[in-house]
Design a protein around this ligand. Sequence first.
Ligand code: ZN
Ligand code: ZN
Length: 109
Amino acid sequence: MPIRERLTPKEKAERERQRKIHMGRVASLGCIVCAAPANVHHIRDGQGTGQKASDYETIGLCHNHHQGRDGIHTLGTKRWQKIYGYERELLENVRRELIGRYGSVKTGD
Ligand SMILES: [Zn+2]
Ligand SMILES: [Zn+2]
């Protein structure tokens, strides 16, 4: 566990705001598989308990490729990755696209 930082309410709110902006941008790129309208998927959310997935490690997935018939949460991460690619690589693609669009990308708070 990281050492707990002491943030003022104002700093906390600013972090929250930055995270929302980032996730909005990720979603706006569309599904990383098929480009349909997307929501964000936290790439570590299949992992062990106690690890909070970072909002900066998110990729856009449409309903079908997220929770639907061909979804990562339906097939399971291992099987899904064999078909559609590794989450880590997809995350890199997302970051590259965001850099292309916005000039830079945040990768953490
Ligand atoms: Zn899709
Ligand atoms: Zn998800």
